[in-house]
Design a protein around this ligand. Structure first.
Ligand SMILES: C[S@@+](CC[C@H](N)C(=O)[O-])C[C@H]1O[C@@H](n2cnc3c(N)ncnc32)[C@H](O)[C@@H]1O
Length: 266
C-alpha cells in the first residue's frame, strides 16, 4: 500500500477525496480514477462533503463547547480551509497526521507557519509512533487530556487497524479525553452493482475497502464509551433530509447516507 501512495503514477484515495471535494491537490491519475468512481456512484461527491463538513462542527464542539485545548487528528487528509484548525480558538494546539507522504508535503506547504498547528507523517495503525515522537512530546508538554479525531478513514481499515489504535489511545489518554469517530460505509448495500464496482475500482490500485455494520464499530472501539445519543447519521448531523439523495443513492448507500459519527469518552 505504501508503495502505491508514494508513487504518483498511481491514484491515491486521499487525493481522490480532495478531487471529490473540489480541491486542487490531486494529479491527473487521481482525477481519472475519481471520474471512474463518480460515474458509477455520483453520490460519493456529496458523501465526501457530508464527511468533511462534520469536521468543522467537531472542531467547535471539542474546543468551544467541551473546552479542550489540544486536538489530535489521524488520517487528516489535506488541511484546507474547511478543516479543524480554521474553526478552533487561537492558541488551540492541533496535531494533524496522515500516512501519505504527498499529502504530508502538500499539508506542510498549506500550513506553512500557522501557529500551534502541526502536520506529521503517521500510519494510524501505529499511533504510538506519532505520540512518542520527540517533537510531539515537546508540543504536548505532558498534556494528555485531549480531543482525538478519526474521521473519514474507517472504510479503508482492517478490524485490527481500528481496534489496536482505539485501545492504545484509550490507555494513553487521560480520563476525560474524547474521541470523535466516523463509522463509514455502515449501511452500504454490498450487493448493489454500483457499490461492487466502486470497491473494484479502488481495489484496482491497491486500496481495499472494508465495509462493516454500525454495531461492529462498538466492539472495535472498546473500551471507549459511546456518548448519548450514540451514532448520528451524517445527514442528521447536518440537518439534511433524504430529499437530498436520489433513489439510487438511497438504495446503494442506505437511507441515512452511509456514514455515521459519534463522540466517545474515557
Ligand atoms: C477520505 S480522506 C479523509 C480526510 C479527513 N479525515 C476527512 O474526514 O475529511 C482519508 C485520508 O486517510 C488517509 N489514510 C488512509 N489510511 C491511513 C492510515 N492507515 N494511516 C493514516 N492515514 C491514512 C489517506 O491518505 C487520506 O488522506
Amino acid at each position: 500500500m505504501r508503495d502505491n501512495i508514494i508513487n504518483t503514477n498511481k491514484p491515491s484515495s486521499g487525493r481522490m477525496y480532495d478531487y471529490y471535494l473540489g480541491g486542487n491537490h490531486n494529479f491527473e491519475v487521481d482525477r481519472m480514477a475519481g471520474d471512474q468512481v463518480l460515474k458509477v456512484v455520483p453520490f460519493l461527491k456529496k458523501f465526501a462533503k457530508l464527511q468533511r463538513w462534520a469536521l468543522q462542527d467537531i472542531a467547535e464542539e471539542f474546543t468551544l463547547r467541551r473546552g479542550y485545548d489540544v486536538v489530535i487528528d489521524f488520517a487528516s487528509g489535506l488541511p484546507t480551509a474547511d478543516h479543524i484548525h480554521n474553526r478552533v480558538p487561537q492558541g488551540t494546539t492541533v496535531i494533524y497526521s496522515d500516512y501519505d507522504p504527498v499529502v504530508v508535503e502538500y499539508a506542510q506547504e498549506i500550513l506553512k507557519d500557522t501557529p500551534n498547528v502541526y502536520f506529521f507523517e503517521n500510519d494510524l495503525s501505529k499511533p504510538e509512533e506519532l505520540l512518542n515522537r520527540p517533537e510531539v512530546e515537546k508540543i504536548l508538554a505532558g498534556r494528555r487530556k485531549v480531543a482525538i479525531c478519526i474521521w473519514g478513514v474507517a472504510g479503508f481499515l482492517f478490524d485490527h487497524e481500528i481496534a489496536g489504535p482505539a485501545k492504545y489511545l484509550y490507555e494513553w489518554a487521560a480520563p476525560g479525553s474524547c474521541l470523535a469517530f466516523n463509522a463509514q460505509t455502515a449501511d452500504l448495500d454490498l450487493n448493489d452493482l454500483a457499490i461492487i464496482e466502486m470497491f473494484r475500482i479502488y481495489q484496482g490500485f491497491g486500496q481495499e475497502g472494508h465495509p462493516r455494520r454500525l454495531v461492529e464499530f462498538n466492539d472495535l472501539l472498546a473500551p471507549w464509551r459511546i456518548e448519548e445519543p450514540g451514532w448520528v447519521s451524517l445527514l442528521q448531523w447536518h440537518g439534511f433530509g433524504q430529499s437530498d439523495m436520489a433513489n439510487e443513492d438511497v438504495k446503494a448507500f442506505g437511507p441515512m447516507g452511509g456514514g455515521y459519527g459519534a463522540y466517545l469518552v474515557k
